[in-house]
Design a protein around this ligand. Sequence first.
Ligand SMILES: Cc1cc2nc3c(=O)[nH]c(=O)nc-3n(C[C@H](O)[C@H](O)[C@H](O)COP(=O)(O)OP(=O)(O)OC[C@H]3O[C@@H](n4cnc5c(N)ncnc54)[C@H](O)[C@@H]3O)c2cc1C
Length: 424
Amino acid sequence: MKNEEAEVVVVGAGGGGAVLALALAQKGIKTIVLEQAAGPPRGVRGEILQPNGQQVLDRLGLLHKLPAEAIRPVRLFHFCRAGGERLCTVDYGELPPPYNRAVVTLPNVAHHVIIDAIQRQPSVCLWYGTSFVGLLRENERVVGLMAKREGEEVTVKAKIVVGADGAFSRVRQALGIAADVHLYAQGYLIAIIEAPAPMEEAKYFVGKRTILALFPAAGRRVFLLYMIDAGSYDRVKAQGIPSLQRAWTAISPPDEAIFQGLTDWSQTAFLPTGRVRASTWVADGAVLIGDAAHAMNPHASQGRMQAMVDAVTLADLLPECLAANDCSAERLKRFERLRRPQVTMLQRLADEEVFFWNTGNPVIGFLRDRVFKTLDRNARLRYRILATTAGLRTRPPFSVIDRFMAAGFLPDPHAHRRAVQDGG
Ligand SMILES: Cc1cc2nc3c(=O)[nH]c(=O)nc-3n(C[C@H](O)[C@H](O)[C@H](O)COP(=O)(O)OP(=O)(O)OC[C@H]3O[C@@H](n4cnc5c(N)ncnc54)[C@H](O)[C@@H]3O)c2cc1C
């Protein structure tokens, strides 16, 4: 058995773990990161970097390193009813510069830039093909972990273990932290398609149990998200590509030519969706970040962004804990206190969106469309939702009265108030 030592050991080099490792390395903190996968991810997955995620990358010195040929800034997002009618348009250009756009990236582009930067840092060791096995404890405190690396057992002693190992976190289980893990009934078929001409603006269609999103990506590519029942990917595939293209064309007839760009299932993948609510994120000598602590429905468009914000927040707090030789739960709780309000608010918002957007109920669908139409006319409420999705708000976007206004049951005397005056 091999024995290693570090100040921090991170389990998982995903969206949160990789950013944490880099942020710690930039502070000169000796860190080991274990990742069970054999190497960086290569599969199909689309990503939207919201303004708060861009801010994190900028702070790490990486935003300008995203390859121009692999990213696409997008300002306008049109929400439409399935069939075509536009309901509401959200303009990221209203946000404070320079992060006044969403950035759609080709699969794993930001992640690869982060991993490249980590591999240039002398104070970080990133071990691929290494799985977390269990925790090392002394007098109830976590003092490291056991892992399996290429078939060989390794122990890593560290002042703190970070569980950044996703929604089904084994670190969370080993810590004995209770968590409510909910799997949603629907997930997403995602596809990257080459369109006949570049698409300029994003479109998001909602209908009876229907969601189809088309996001412009680099060059002529389009990143497509289509809601399907969890467990139905093989059935959808068995029905054939033309059947899927017909379903998409019924939702957005003018985009038929784009849908013809789907020619092979290798352009697609299925992503299940889940939500995690962990009773606590900290223990003596350990902390959870990202999906391990708080996975959320992708309607929030914030899961990865929140994992990144967790990472930089924790990286700012850890140097003091390490210097004081105090990584107790009590001290680490500050991290949780700083991060929980935004995460909880986003989880609730995403679940409300699941209720209204995924619905097959015509009354709920009618209310949803009515809210979209009100938002289209109400600059104040529209900005609130935009700033929330952009990751720039920690408070809920709507008060109880705002909800009545959004549903069109009350007039809003401040509907045209500028967002900045509103404090949104
Ligand atoms: C359809 C869909 C669309 C989404 N769209 C967006 C979006 O537009 N914007 C956004 O911000 N988020 C989005 N998300 C959410 C986002 O993907 C996750 O929230 C994010 O990846 C969480 O990062 P993480 O680091 O916590 O976990 P992960 O990225 O899941 O990383 C966990 C890592 O831990 C590793 N690991 C697990 N167990 C072990 C072990 N025992 N030993 C060693 N390593 C281990 C895994 O291999 C993995 O690399 C979307 C999710 C879905 C499903």
